[in-house]
Design a protein around this ligand. Structure first.
Ligand code: GDD
Ligand code: MN
Length: 381
């Protein structure tokens, strides 16, 4: 029998932070090797926040350099509590770090901002005040409304990428991002009560997008801001981060069952390519087309499995081993083929349908069955 030691179930991070006064703000700053920026950032916060709004700062650090030590040193001169949560296992990258900070925060309001001084701390009290005034759950500091700009986004290449990504994201989530002109912003204020930490699945840089789509704060407003130049060092973003962003988008979209079914169908359709290529190769080496098609079909199944695993069900793979999932998936895919012919016969003989419409109906039926089967038998516990 297990015994529960008091306190054992508590997350130590939650207690690392002092309880500030009501109406205060917890500033959450994700850091990855930002030692050259810490002093300046804490100096700017000291200058512009505590006199207007009681605050505490929580750094969530994944650094491999001496950033935590630099923070401890600089914190000695700060008139507010400063905490460092250092993660040895940096899951979820920047977004994962921010979620740790959100969980550890104890104020009614939380402001998330970068550690490189690209986000002006002087705006922190205004973000919170605007949220209070508008009775909002989320206040986004936006580069894309009147008064805002992205002066610090170096180079026309980065500007174009940023624009394209914003447009793509807004078109994928027209309703959930309604009223948010800058869903890619890393600078925002959120009410602690609006954060639903248990449903969040952060993946990389776009934590505001994650919060807006999965936590859905009831009321959103924006405040313009000028994206500054980095104080020191370089952006930690990379091409790999770009790929992570695309996976994040697919993951967010795939949270809706209808979108998931559409994705399942689209991926299924691409399976024709390896299938036909396999058939061509096998008949070329002299195999009869029937066994060749049965084998080639497995190629299409394998292709579909890999895509579905990585795009649609990335977050649901924990219930079974990969070979178990692959086996079940292959079984369903082949059952689909086997079931189709008797189903067509049934539609034609019993319901008097024409061959073409019977085939179409059989395709749709087995597709839906396969989708539902895949969800229930491969990816649910
Ligand atoms: N803890 C942690 N873990 N912090 C990280 C990580 C990580 O894996 N990666 C980056 N950070 C920290 C950096 O140290 C910095 O404080 C902040 O997150 C932003 O990282 P930058 O590398 O400076 O990002 P950026 O300037 O390219 O992008 C920023 O602006 C974009 C808008 O153009 C970010 O705020 C993006 O979210 C935003 O979309
Ligand atoms: Mn930056």
């Amino acid at each position: 029998q297990e015994s529960i030691v008091p306190g054992e179930l508590d997350d130590p991070a939650v207690h690392a932070v002092e309880v500030p006064e009501p109406g205060a703000v917890t500033i959450v700053v994700p850091t990855f090797n930002e030692s050259a920026n810490i002093r300046e950032l804490l100096h700017l916060i000291t200058e512009s926040v505590p006199a207007r709004l009681p605050c505490e700062v929580v750094f969530v650090d994944d650094s491999t350099d001496d950033t935590p030590e630099v923070i401890y040193e600089a914190a000695k001169d700060c008139p507010f509590p400063v905490t460092v949560l250092h993660r040895d296992e940096p899951v979820g990258g920047l977004g994962g770090a921010v979620v740790e900070g959100l969980k550890a925060a104890s104020s009614d309001w939380i402001v998330v901002m970068d550690g490189d001084c690209q986000h002006p701390p002087s705006l922190v009290p205004e973000l919170v005040a605007t949220g209070e005034r508008a009775n909002a759950g989320l206040v986004v500091a936006s580069r894309y409304i009147k008064g805002g700009s992205r002066a610090g986004l170096a180079g026309s290449y980065r500007v174009a990428v940023s624009r394209g990504a914003t447009w793509l994201t807004k078109s994928l989530f027209p309703r959930k991002l309604h009223g948010i002109s800058d869903p890619m912003s890393g600078f925002f204020a959120i009410r602690r009560s609006a954060v639903t930490a248990d449903v969040l699945q952060p993946l990389g840089y776009k934590i505001l997008l994650e919060l807006a789509v999965r936590s859905r704060p009831r009321q959103v407003t924006e405040v313009p801001f000028v994206f500054q130049d980095r104080f020191a060092g370089e952006s930690k973003s990379s091409a790999q981060e770009g790929m992570r962003f695309l996976r994040h988008l697919v993951g967010l979209r795939a949270a809706s069952p209808v979108a998931r079914m559409v994705g399942f169908g689209l991926i299924g359709a691409t399976g024709f390519v390896p299938n036909l290529l396999g058939l061509w190769a096998l008949t070329l080496v002299g195999m009869h087309y029937l066994p060749a098609e049965i084998l080639a079909n497995q190629l299409g199944v394998a292709w579909n499995f890999v895509l579905i695993e990585h795009l649609l069900f990335r977050d649901r793979r924990q219930h079974r081993r990969w070979w178990d999932r692959a086996g079940r998936f292959a079984l369903l895919a082949n059952a689909d083929l086997v079931l189709r012919i008797p189903l067509i016969a049934l539609f034609v003989d019993r319901f008097g349908m024409g061959a073409l419409s019977a085939t179409a109906l059989a395709l749709v039926t087995t597709f839906v069955l396969r989708f539902v089967g895949t969800e229930a038998l491969v990816y649910l516990p």
